[in-house]
Design a protein around this ligand. Structure first.
Ligand SMILES: Cc1cc2nc3c(=O)[nH]c(=O)nc-3n(C[C@H](O)[C@H](O)[C@H](O)COP(=O)(O)OP(=O)(O)OC[C@H]3O[C@@H](n4cnc5c(N)ncnc54)[C@H](O)[C@@H]3O)c2cc1C
Length: 335
């Protein structure tokens, strides 16, 4: 048995790593800073196979998607609760360019297409048509994080503490910083090229709106059941606080208005910061000079897809000494 691992942070990264270590019966403690909401907690939890204006399948999609699915199902079995909801995603093309990009990429994305929609078959006004993606869905991140926290608390593994991220090393332990946006831009891993992005989203009630799939066009609407939807999200790079803004709210209300003219009641408005490292890929591994200081960060806008598989690789490095792949390894940035 190796030395104890201290995981700092209980967002998607820290929580998935905790489960991976738990499965390996490795001693660990999970430290987080209490009641403050993490980015993972406020996230919409979407897992979309093909994303962005460029309609590219996510990096190493097949591999990480199947690992994520198996992981969430496994945790659901242990906790007796469903967190990951696999549902279709209706993507409406925003303009003629997007439609022709889809036509050009059809072969690459075909595996994820459940149905192609001509404009006349679209459920909303969509002059350029759309597509229904399969294989995605959404994770109820709040329930996943809270239920996991409760489980590890019962096992005596949770500590509430604000850690000094500049000097996070308790003697003799391995410390894994899973601090999200707070762990980028400064501190021991401040050398990582980052482009953190703030995002806002709303939880709304739209009574009588029958949609039970995720719909997206320049943003998305996720059905939570009972007339509730989560809608978002904005992107901004100047203000990296988690303060909500009027303009963010207006932008999301406009998005909702592009899908339905039914009255919409805003129940919650939240903001968080996406931990984005250049190349938009997750990063794990040991500090180039401090062997026992480890990072798990860079989940960007795709924490739900990547956290389980990347946590598995990090756990197998920490427990079995498996080498970390170069395209995930933090040391590649220090070279
Ligand atoms: C508006 C918005 C919408 C999003 N929607 C999606 C989506 O639909 N799908 C998707 O996959 N991703 C989405 N994301 C991105 C997703 O939220 C992130 O990829 C993910 O949350 C990153 O997880 P993390 O564990 O790295 O960081 P975080 O969730 O930020 O967790 C960091 C943890 O570290 C702790 N911490 C920080 N500093 C300290 C300290 N000094 N001491 C102790 N603890 C500390 C925090 O308390 C927290 O527990 C969205 C993000 C935003 C902002």
């Amino acid at each position: 048995m190796g030395r104890e691992v201290t995981i700092v942070g209980q967002g998607l990264a820290g929580t998935c790593l905790a489960w991976r270590l738990w499965d390996r019966a490795r001693d660990f403690s999970l430290v987080h800073r209490g009641d403050r909401r993490s980015t993972s907690f406020i996230s919409a939890g979407l897992l979309t196979p093909v994303t962005g204006r460029n309609l590219n399948p996510s990096w190493r999609l097949e591999e990480f998607l199947s690992e994520a699915r198996a992981f969430y199902r496994g945790v659901e079995m242990v906790l007796g609760e469903q967190f990951f909801h696999e549902i279709p995603i209706v993507r409406l093309f925003a303009d003629a360019d997007e439609r022709s990009r889809f036509d050009r990429k059809r072969e690459v994305v075909d595996r994820w297409v459940a149905e192609f929609l001509e404009p006349e078959n679209c459920p909303y006004h969509a002059p350029h048509g759309g597509v229904i993606w399969q294989g995605g869905g959404w994770l109820d991140t709040r329930r996943f994080l809270e239920a996991s926290r409760g489980y590890f608390r019962e096992a005596g593994l949770i500590e509430v503490q604000e850690v000094d991220l500049e000097k996070p090393l308790p003697d003799g332990d391995v410390t894994v910083l899973c601090a999200g946006a707070a762990g980028l831009g400064a501190g021991p891993f401040g050398f990582l090229p980052e482009r953190r992005a703030k995002g806002e989203l709303l939880t709304v009630r739209i009574l009588g709106f029958p949609e039970n799939r995720i719909v997206s066009r320049n943003g998305w609407l996720v059905p939570l059941g009972g007339g509730l939807f989560r809608a978002g999200a904005t992107y901004s790079w100047d203000d990296l606080t988690d303060t909500t803004t009027r303009s963010g709210r207006a932008q999301i209300e406009e998005l909702i208005g592009s899908f339905t003219s039914l009255p919409c009641e805003v129940l919650e408005h939240v903001a968080g910061v996406r931990p984005i490292v250049r190349q938009r890929r997750p990063v794990i591994g040991r500090h180039p000079e401090i062997e026992d200081l480890v990072i798990f960060n860079g989940l960007g806008s795709k924490g739900v897809l990547y956290a389980p598989g990347v946590a598995g690789r990090l756990a197998s490095h920490l427990c079995e000494g498996t080498e970390i792949e170069k395209d995930l390894n933090v040391r590649a940035f220090a070279e």
